[in-house]
Design a protein around this ligand. Structure first.
Ligand SMILES: [Mg+2]
Length: 287
């Protein structure tokens, strides 16, 4: 009950903050981009700095990745030891920020004083193959291969006609096992991965789903409501760390959509106000 009241209050505050930013929406539309995003501070007030610095430097970030893959290995070995299904076992994984780390992309945005995900820069950056393997990922997927468990890669990307080629080439380049067309699915038009999950489950027992986004596990999480997403997670909490292995990602994902109603919101002052309201959702009032 207390949580419900508190959430309702937070929602009202978020809405009030958003409404207060109404004048800013018009200002942002007419202001030059550099003024809207970074008014003469040399990028020092960039909203991305903390999260990108964390992903670039924190041993804790790398530790969480190892923790996820150590847990995945434990779960896989348990599944193998208690296997009853006649179907072969399989693992389904996302790609970006799950097995491939995009540190240089985010670092580039920060250097350019950009503070929101930028699709055009992403599409330009991605074919350069500047990703690095997420810590623990290669060891885990090689372990799957050694134990005869197939790995299926399912990603949502769109870099035009060569999208699939780029994705497959990156799996090969970083020497991930099962890097072939029967184990890689790329959705160009949607972030809904359910059809791939269903198709794989017809011929395999999927023991693990690995991703940095709850949408990598269930489409239910594609909702633009913070509280709804949180309540869905409470419903599914027993599956976290058992069937679902989650990697940390503080820069992008459908948690962004829950705040803005858009997974890739525009870099406007109106959206910066929404971000601030989200970040101060349960703020102490200082009294
Ligand atoms: Mg991802």
């Amino acid at each position: 009950m207390q949580d419900r009241q508190s959430n309702a209050m937070n929602r009202r505050r978020l809405l009030a903050c958003f409404m207060a930013g109404g004048a800013g929406v018009l200002a942002a539309k007419t202001a030059p981009a550099e003024e809207a995003g970074d008014p003469g501070t040399g990028g020092l007030h960039n909203a991305l700095l903390w999260s990108v610095a964390w992903k670039q430097t924190a041993a804790e970030y790398f530790a969480l990745c190892h923790q996820a893959y150590n847990l995945a290995r434990l779960r896989l070995d348990l599944a193998l030891s208690g296997k009853h299904s006649r179907l072969p076992l399989a693992v389904v994984t996302d790609v970006d920020d799950t097995i491939l780390h995009a540190a240089s992309y985010w670092g580039h945005l920060v250097e350019q004083n950009m503070d929101f995900f930028d699709d055009e820069v992403w599409d330009h950056w991605l074919p350069h193959n500047l990703q690095t393997p997420v810590p623990g990922a290669l060891d885990f997927f090689n372990h799957c291969h050694e134990r005869g468990v197939e790995v299926f890669y399912v990603t949502s990307r769109d870099q035009g006609d060569r999208t699939y080629e780029y994705a497959l080439r990156q799996l090969e380049l970083f020497e991930f096992p099962f890097a072939d067309e029967s184990h890689l699915t790329v959705f160009r038009d949607t972030s809904d991965k359910s059809p791939a999950r269903r198709a794989i489950a017809e011929k395999h027992e999927i023991v693990l789903f690995i991703g940095d986004n709850l949408n990598d596990f269930k489409r239910d999480y594609y909702v633009d409501d913070i509280d709804r997403r949180r309540s869905l997670l409470e419903r599914d909490r027993d599956e976290i760390g058992s069937r679902f292995i989650l990697l940390p990602n503080p820069t992008d994902g459908h948690w962004v959509r829950a705040i803005f109603g858009d997974s890739e919101p525009q870099a406007t002052d109106a959206n910066r106000r929404i971000l601030k309201a989200a970040a101060s959702r349960s703020a102490w009032n200082g009294a």
